[in-house]
Design a protein around this ligand. Sequence first.
Ligand SMILES: Nc1nc2c(c(=O)[nH]1)N[C@H]1C(S)=C(S)[C@@H](COP(=O)(O)OP(=O)(O)OC[C@H]3O[C@@H](n4cnc5c(=O)[nH]c(N)nc54)[C@H](O)[C@@H]3O)O[C@H]1N2
Ligand SMILES: Nc1nc2c(c(=O)[nH]1)N[C@H]1C(S)=C(S)[C@@H](COP(=O)(O)OP(=O)(O)OC[C@H]3O[C@@H](n4cnc5c(=O)[nH]c(N)nc54)[C@H](O)[C@@H]3O)O[C@H]1N2
Ligand code: SF4
Ligand SMILES: [Mo]
Length: 704
Amino acid sequence: MNADAQGGVETHCPYCALQCGMTLVPRGDSFEVAARNFPTNKGGLCRKGWTAAALLRAPDRLTTPLLRRGPDQALSPASWEEAVDYVATSLRSIQRGYGPNAVGVYGGGGLTNEKAYALGKFARAVLRTKNIDYNGRFCMASAAVANQRVFGIDRGLPFPLSDIPGADVILLAGGNPAETMPPLMQYFEAQRAAGGKLIVADPRRTPTAESCQLHLQLTPGSDGALANGLLHIAIREKLIDEAFIAARTVGFAAVQKSVASYWPDRVERITGVPAASLIQAARLLGKAKNAMIISARGPEQQTRGVDNVIALTNLVLALGQVGKPSSGYGCLTGQGNGQGGREHGLKADQLPGYRKLSSTADRAHVAAVWGMDPDDLPPPGLPTMELFETLGQRGGVRGLWVMGANPVVSAPDAKSLEARMAKLDLLVVCDLFLSETAALADVVFPVTQWAEEEGTTTNLEGRVLYRRLALAPPLGVRSDLEVMHLVATALGREQYTSVEPRAVFDELGRASAGGKADYSGITYAKIQAEEGVFWPCDAAHPGGTPRLFAERFATPDGRARFFPVEYRGPAEQPDEQYPLYLTTGRIMGQYQSGAQTRRVEELNAAEPVAFVEVHPDTAAGLRIQDGALVHVETRRGRATCKARYSRAIRFDTLFMPFHYAGRGRANTLTTTAVDPVSKIPEFKISAARLLLANEDGRDATTLK
Ligand SMILES: Nc1nc2c(c(=O)[nH]1)N[C@H]1C(S)=C(S)[C@@H](COP(=O)(O)OP(=O)(O)OC[C@H]3O[C@@H](n4cnc5c(=O)[nH]c(N)nc54)[C@H](O)[C@@H]3O)O[C@H]1N2
Ligand SMILES: Nc1nc2c(c(=O)[nH]1)N[C@H]1C(S)=C(S)[C@@H](COP(=O)(O)OP(=O)(O)OC[C@H]3O[C@@H](n4cnc5c(=O)[nH]c(N)nc54)[C@H](O)[C@@H]3O)O[C@H]1N2
Ligand code: SF4
Ligand SMILES: [Mo]
């Protein structure tokens, strides 16, 4: 065990992208979480962080591989040898019969950089398949594309959190950090204390919106119109920064033309936000000395996700609010290592260091580090939703390897996904628990978790952090790195794997050297000494890069790009049959698919079951009482849960958290429509109807 002088192990939370510093203090045969004064969370943790040690002693932790020995048989314990052998034989037979791309890999943004890098290499060098993607596709993909197009580089926040309090005005579009990243709120509180103003755009008056000075309660899916409308007003009122536009950007003329038709009355009609509020918001932003725009999943998880973010970057660029302290556009990355995961090879089109699979030079660089012929590297693969479409289909993926995700709960139209998964020849899941996805698998490998291994994560600021090994894993459990090594060995390609996180990190440094996300100057020791290192960090910039874009953008000519964006509504609009908007998202007490937090007693006691948030006036019209059992229906299917009254939501909108499985699963309802470029699904908007569950006699009174 690695313990510091106080008898505790300094590490980071296993959950979200804030990656709060915490100390694990031994207590009996387990640990207790203690606060730690790390520069990001400054001693703060949310309820999930405080209770995270419960994960380490969860009673139903998997400790032996599980194998389904026949199609109609249940999963039952197997030895590591038998399970590895089964997987290798099955992978070989699938690839022999249907080609290398008939095996797919689906990773997770919770995996450390080391594991994410190793998984990308496992897919491309060991399995030689092009088909690898990850759950960040559901999360960060729209902002990632927009950031790359506009600024030439995708780092969630191009500035440190410590920049937030210095901003005079911040527009937070579709984020609810008071529930999703509570310790982050101290930065907004400091901003307010310094006289700053916060504007929140959200269809719900969330706890975050409660703390703001101006709440724009927009119609779901209308973000593009809102941002265009604000720019229209800023131009009309001469609040834009002509000098900045001329010196540091290209393409403004076309954008100016395109927003000409977004006059306030029209935008009020589209967004439902009063014209006076639009004008107030534009003036606040336009007159601020320093202004910031931050987005989260609200505008991003839409079929216009990329356009929505670009409309926001158009606004921030036109105001000249980029490239100086306490200004700029940033996106709040979600998962613990959502940032690092997409940098180091989990994405269908990317190699480590943000290199591109489509670039000959990039392929040559990475192939040299991996010791293979660049021609043997597969081409870019299918993004998640396209990959999921092909599962078990003719010419599609017949064997799927899932590491660090639970798509049966978290993917849209989850019932259809389950049906396709059942047609696979092989489903392998590596997890800590028998998640809903693992329960469908042919083989489940039990793996180590955060505090049982060392490794790095990259937080929402692009700060690379070190997680220490705190305790030995339960007997029978292996690390993700070991699992990949065992299977690679059985396939005769063990040379492409390593079980040692430090060795993997060193190699990642070499593979990323010279790339956009350059980690070559980062070591575990340096991270510990400096409380995290901001990438890019190479020999020439040993101190890392806390703030990007001071002198130039990462585009070839150093200028940021404007792109005209036309508002188009969501893929599915409410109609007579399905008259309400259904939006989905998060609540404080559960994390993601709930695979982890539903196993933490204290969290589950606080938020045990699924619910749908509905305005009491809307509910009254449907004769639905607060707490009644209701059906929420969309064109995909039906979920059953409790109605929860809330005056904080629009009359025309329902909200469901997506953390629950079974009958209350929100993703039974969501649409598979995706953004044409980022391929993110439209989790934030489906057309839905609400009805009392006992009206049709098909309901039950118990909820799963
Ligand atoms: N407690 C908890 N915290 C988490 C997580 C968790 O599961 N639980 N997950 C982590 C992860 S991976 C992520 S990605 C982050 C996500 O963090 P957030 O983005 O803050 O969370 P969400 O609840 O998905 O969505 C934010 C808000 O978008 C609003 N919204 C819905 N539709 C629209 C729309 O059309 N336009 C706009 N502007 N807003 C809209 C919702 O009402 C919601 O309040 O949270 C991280 N932190
Ligand atoms: N309707 C709706 N759906 C959504 C969203 C939404 O807003 N609305 N948001 C989307 C977003 S932003 C995200 S990020 C996704 C998240 O969706 P998922 O990634 O599917 O959700 P998680 O619960 O984080 O799944 C992680 C799994 O990995 C396991 N695990 C944890 N640590 C490790 C490890 O070190 N190794 C391995 N092998 N396994 C590990 C956990 O036990 C868990 O089963 O959901 C998306 N789905
Ligand atoms: S905010 Fe995120 S990182 Fe911090 S304690 Fe909560 S879940 Fe963990
Ligand atoms: Mo996410």
